[in-house]
Ligand binder design. Structure first.
Ligand code: G4P
Length: 514
């Protein structure tokens, strides 16, 4: 059992393009934090876990990570113990919705860029989400040990593409095939990765940088804005570190940067209010639900980001979706290798709450049942498919599975007002593969997917009269989502515009607050 009550918290995520080195960096962060003892364990453990169920095999085959999880580690920093909560995000863009929700639960992010490749469109999208949520970003330019681009190019690209001030905190000497080492601007150390550690090459003031690089280094340090904590926390500036996750180089500096600069737990929006960590009761919100984490027990774990108060095991909290309190007897804290029962938890922590479907994404949990956190939307799906059952006697199981999986955010489900062919919607193709595979592995339902006549969906709102009238005319294009909310199934984007113009008293929304 675990208590880490007094510690400061840093709750953050890593965003990156697949292959930029997120897994390797995660491993090294945990290693530095003493949470794991051997590099490779994240992957090894991952492989063992993945092997357990079919849908996770997809992850393995394609070498991508599709589920988010939480990893906690602690590190001393200047005499203070800091608890780091690292939320993993799926790297694949087909799971961007899942990533988006995860980003609602963090206070800051690390953006990993491959030194040779720069910013890829996906990373840019994730960055936009961070900006939307005012999540400040520290940049880690990875793989400097390899032949890469001119580092100035990378910095300028970050500045131009993301409209962000960049402030290098270190500098690689001689990239582009002649890598010689990195200068840390704060300490003046010049060092090079050597095996899993540092080969110390000297101090900048005593051993000046070789002449051919001196000007470049000078330019890097004076040619960009100085680090400014407020600008960083406002999301206007990103400090940039160069390093190599694989060689465990620059990782310590990165942890220090999170400890020093990254914001502690932030207030969270609840309608017109902001709930601060000092608010006088325990509050939190569910940003993710994962079913069947352990195939032996049909469990569902709801992940709660704690926003305020000191949580104590056994405490009664009221989920906004349920209205009556539930006692939380076995809250889980996640570590690199283990889960533990949490005795206490603080604002900024993520606790897992096992439940049988009472907790849903977007739910607020609180002692007094007065706060409602806002800002966890559903996105209109971009791909819609009909679900076709191979064995028609399995309708009930299918409905249960679709409800579960839509709750997890793997898919969205729409039940048409006319006809029995249920429609599922996703943001990316890969979600469809995961769906079919999980239906079979976890629910023993064999189903196929076929084309649907619809191209997109919009949630409709308006006064009852207008809604009824619209419903009477458009029944063939209407469905209910999992919550029973009315959805207009559009055959084309044009269709959406047309109906919107024809029915100005209704709103057609591409997102829905959960
Ligand atoms: P991801 O989670 O972002 O998808 O990336 P991952 O960590 O899996 O890294 C992708 C590849 O890049 C891996 O090689 C990894 O070893 C390599 N890599 C990560 N960081 C560095 C670095 O600092 N320097 C160099 N040179 N390589 C790095 P792989 O061959 O695809 O996988 P593996 O066989 O090593 O597991």
């Amino acid at each position: 059992m675990t208590s880490r009550s007094g510690n400061a918290r840093r709750t953050f995520a890593i965003i990156s393009h697949p292959d930029a080195g997120k897994t390797t960096l995660t491993e090294k962060l945990l290693l530095q934090g003493g949470a794991i003892h051997l590099a490779g364990e994240v992957k090894a453990r991952g492989a063992a876990r993945r092997a357990r169920s079919d849908w996770m095999k997809i992850e393995q085959q394609r070498g991508i990570s599709v589920t988010s999880s939480v990893m906690t580690f602690e590190k001393e920093y200047e005499g203070e113990t800091i608890t780091f909560n690292l939320l993993d995000t799926p790297g694949h863009e087909d799971f961007s919705e899942d990533t988006y929700r995860t980003l609602t639960a963090v206070d800051s992010a690390i953006m990993v860029i491959d030194a040779a490749k720069g910013i890829e469109p996906q990373t840019r999208k994730l960055f936009e989400v961070c900006r939307l949520r005012s999540v400040p970003i520290i940049t880690f330019v990875n793989k400097v040990d390899r032949e890469g681009r001119d580092p100035f190019e990378t910095l300028d690209e970050v500045a131009d593409m993301l409209a962000l001030d960049v402030s290098p905190q270190s500098w690689p000497i001689g990239m582009g095939g002649q890598f010689e080492g990195i200068i840390d601007f704060a300490s003046g150390d010049i060092a090079r990765p050597e095996g899993g550690s540092k080969e110390f090459l000297g101090k900048r003031d005593q051993d000046p940088v070789p002449e051919q690089w001196a000007e470049q280094v000078e330019l890097a340090q004076i040619g960009y804005p100085e680090f400014d904590l407020d600008a960083y926390r406002n999301g206007d500036l990103t400090p940039v570190y160069f390093g190599s996750a694989l060689k465990n180089f620059g990782v310590e500096e990165l942890i220090d940067a999170i400890a020093r600069f990254a914001p502690p737990p932030r207030p969270q929006p609840a309608g017109n209010e902001q709930i601060a960590p000092s608010h006088d009761e325990v509050t939190g919100f569910i940003f993710k639900v994962q079913a069947n984490m352990d195939p032996n027990h049909r469990d569902r774990i709801a992940f709660m980001r704690q926003v305020s108060g000191t949580f104590k095991r056994g405490m009664k909290l009221t989920p906004s979706g349920l209205g009556k309190p539930i006692a939380i007897h076995s809250p889980i804290l996640f570590f690199a290798q283990d889960r533990e029962i949490a005795d206490t938890a603080e604002a900024g922590d993520i606790i897992g709450i096992p439940n049988h479907g009472t907790l849903r994404v977007g739910d607020t949990l609180s002692e007094k049942n007065q706060v409602r956190f806002t800002g966890l939307p559903n996105f209109a799906p971009e791909i819609l498919r009909r679900v076709v059952l191979k064995d028609p006697t399995k309708t009930k199981q299918l409905r249960k599975a679709l409800d579960d999986l839509s709750e997890e955010g793997v898919i969205q489900v729409f039940y048409p007002e006319i006809g029995g062919q249920w429609i599922i919607g996703v943001v990316g193709q890969l979600q469809l593969d995961v769906l079919v595979s999980r239906l079979s592995a976890e629910y023993k339902v064999e189903a196929g997917l076929e084309a649907s006549p619809f191209a997109t969906a919009r949630w409709i709102k308006g006064d009852t009269n207008a809604l009824n009238q619209f419903e009477n005319f458009n029944r063939a294009n209407l469905a209910k989502d999992r919550d029973g909310d009315l959805v207009f199934m559009a055959r084309s984007p044009w269709d959406v515009n047309y109906q919107q113009e024809k029915n100005p008293e209704l709103t057609f929304s591409a997102t829905k607050e959960r």
